[in-house]
Design a protein around this ligand. Structure first.
Ligand code: DOR
Ligand code: ZN
Length: 448
């Protein structure tokens, strides 16, 4: 694996513990020293970061880059270019591609296919459902960093596992110390409410929210919390959207259950009041809800109940997004806007700045066994850095978004802070906001 030799001078380093002025020196792709007045001996390039913040490169634990099989929506080249421009140096790619990543052969084939195309480093999830749980160990030995289990209907139509399989999966999680990430919406309840709301003849965009009310998420999380408690397995609940689910996780944590949670910028920044404006563009699963839920998610972050923010980058074509409420695809792009939106929130005082490296880099890297190589600015870690100017304003535009289908509700949003440079293992892959033509991302296996 290639690595660069670089000195980043005079920046304000932001870690999960502190903010301090220092230089960071990277040799052969690894951080070799952090301190004031470091010499430039042995480096090929010096970046002056005076007046700028230096954060660990973002580890986005939740991206659907669509390759292989769904390239009409987007592909890995576009997705990882978008990541680089958004300050993301590692992506953890979801398994609902075609074929799904359901055994070690599909995992290895996917890794091989993506490796030549990656602009940032990447790791892979495997998927688990009723008939492939026996592949758990094989996929881990082949390099999966964790698994995804879909309890409710989603893109790819992966069947939800039985309660028995969930027990089996979380027992294996305990045995092998592997994090299982869940799409936690109860399938039966989603079907029940969807039929009910559809039979009322609703066609407004908000009908999607009512078709998947908070109890769908709450019940799924209660079930997982109970099984995690009894098995000792680790359930990581993705894209938390409701107050009720946050409460269940909070209670579980108090009782020592291995329960962690992720939310996404769209649940923190949009609410059901926005359906009128954005329509099906903001259709996503679980749905975006009311302001009380949004508030509970912010509280959950501040209290440490929610430990990560992922993007749930889920591209679809413009046509797929424009369909009627019941036909439109769920999800939208997000990897490029994850840091700009959360950085903006932090710079405007909605979130402590030192929480950003924790939520966006360190915790995801720890959950998926990439830490301490990834996720932190520490001697010995990879030289993955993102350098931002906190004083510049920046508008998210369609032109800036690198995607085959650059559609997201966040187009036109003004944010504070501009991503200047993204550094991957000591090599600038974005310089002064401009993507460099170097595809040198590598496949990362878990460090168990
Ligand atoms: O809305 C969603 N879309 N939620 C998910 O969890 C999956 C995603 C997708 O893959 O399209
Ligand atoms: Zn997702």
């Amino acid at each position: 694996m290639r690595g660069g030799n670089l000195l980043v001078r005079n920046g304000l380093i932001v870690t999960s513990e502190a903010m301090f002025k220092a230089d960071v020196k990277v040799v052969d792709g690894k951080i070799v020293s952090i301190g004031e007045g470091l010499s430039n001996e042995g480096v090929d390039e010096v970046i002056d970061a005076k007046g700028m913040l230096v954060l660990p490169g973002v580890v986005d634990e939740h991206v659907h880059m669509r390759e292989p099989g769904l390239e009409f929506k987007d592909d890995f080249t576009h997705g990882t270019k978008a990541a680089a421009l958004g300050g993301v140096t590692t992506v953890i790619e979801q398994p609902n591609t075609l074929p799904p990543v359901e055994d070690s052969n599909t995992l290895l084939a996917k890794a091989k296919l993506l490796e030549g195309k990656a602009f940032v480093d990447f790791a892979l999830y495997g998927v688990l459902y009723d008939s492939n749980v026996h592949n758990f160990e094989d996929m881990i030995s082949s390099g999966a960093v964790g698994f995804k289990v879909f309890l409710g209907p989603t893109t790819g139509n992966i069947p939800p596992p039985s309660t028995g399989s969930l027990y089996h999966i979380l027992s294996l999680s305990a045995k092998h110390n592997v994090t299982i990430a869940f799409h936690a919406e109860d399938n039966d309840l989603v079907n029940y409410f969807t039929n009910k709301v559809r039979s009322e003849g609703r066609v407004d965009a908000k009908a999607h929210e009512d078709a998947r009310p908070p109890i769908c998420e709450e019940l799924a999380v209660i079930k997982l919390a109970t099984i995690a408690k009894r098995t000792g397995g680790h359930a990581h609940i993705l894209h938390l959207s409701s107050k009720e689910a946050v409460e269940v996780i909070k209670e579980g944590k108090v009782r020592g259950v291995k329960l962690t949670g992720e939310t996404c910028p769209h649940y923190l920044l949009l609410s059901n009041e926005d359906y009128v404006k954005y329509g099906t563009l903001m259709k996503v699963n679980p749905p975006i809800r009311g302001l009380t839920h949004q508030q509970a998610l912010w509280e959950g972050i501040k209290e440490g109940v929610i430990e990560t923010i992922g993007s749930d980058h889920a591209p679809h074509t413009v046509e797929e997004k424009k369909k009627s409420v019941w036909e439109a695809s769920s999800g939208f792009i997000g990897v490029q806007t994850l840091l700009p939106l959360t950085l903006d929130a932090a710079l405007k005082g909605k979130l402590q700045l030192t929480l950003l490296p924790k939520l966006l880099s360190e915790n995801p890297a720890k959950l998926f066994k990439l830490w301490p190589r990834k996720g932190v600015i520490n001697v010995g870690s990879d030289g993955d850095l993102v350098i931002v100017d906190p004083n510049e304003e920046f508008t998210i535009t369609q032109e800036w978004l690198i995607s085959k289908n650059p559609v997201t509700p966040f187009i036109g949003w003004k944010v504070r802070g501009r991503i200047k440079h993204t550094i991957l293992r000591g090599v600038p892959i974005v310089r002064d906001g401009i993507l460099q033509n170097v595809s040198q991302g590598s496949w990362l296996k878990a460090i168990f």
